[in-house]
Design a binder for this molecule. Structure first.
Ligand SMILES: [Zn+2]
Length: 161
């Protein structure tokens, strides 16, 4: 039988333990950060519309809902942009929406704050960004807009007019 020195024996145990711990920590990291499932592609039109677009809902029908009233007022001005931008609320998968514009053709956008924030983002960014640039920002995360502040300011200004 081969004899190993006590030092070598301890060294072997130590390195085996390190290897094991290493494996565990790799596993632990894998469990904590499972690879994110690929997001589904979102529906939008790649080019500006070539035909007249349908009307968005008349905001005067939404007077009792401040957010909806303001947003539906804005979207009527930027239909061509919304047509070229996707919505991330899931309406393309669930309701067959083909772009963010479809959220405001109906009452869908009355209650959905995701759609409302996206629309406000498009409205605010449209003068400095192309639809493709707006899409890129939206794809990289939630559009950063303060919907409530915008709506409150809107009413504040309307009152002081
Ligand atoms: Zn939507």
């Amino acid at each position: 039988m081969k004899t190993y020195s006590r030092g070598y024996f301890l060294f072997s145990i130590a390195s085996a333990t390190v290897a094991l711990l290493d494996r565990f920590s790799t596993l632990a990291v894998a469990v904590q950060n499972p690879p994110a499932p690929a997001p589904p592609p979102r529906a939008y039109h790649k080019h500006a519309p070539t035909e007249p677009l349908p009307s968005t809902l008349d905001p005067s029908e939404l007077q009792d809902n401040r957010n909806a009233f303001v947003i539906y007022t804005l979207v009527a001005e930027i239909k061509e942009i919304l047509y070229q931008v996707p919505c991330y609320c899931g309406c393309d998968q669930q309701q067959g929406h083909e772009s963010l514009l479809d959220c405001f053709i109906t009452k869908h956008g009355v209650k959905c704050t995701i759609c409302q924030k996206e629309a406000l983002f498009c409205y605010l960014e449209r003068k400095t960004k192309t639809p493709a640039e707006i899409r890129d920002v939206m794809a990289s995360g939630k559009p950063q807009v303060d919907l409530q502040k915008y709506v409150d300011d809107y009413y504040q200004q309307a009152r002081s007019r």
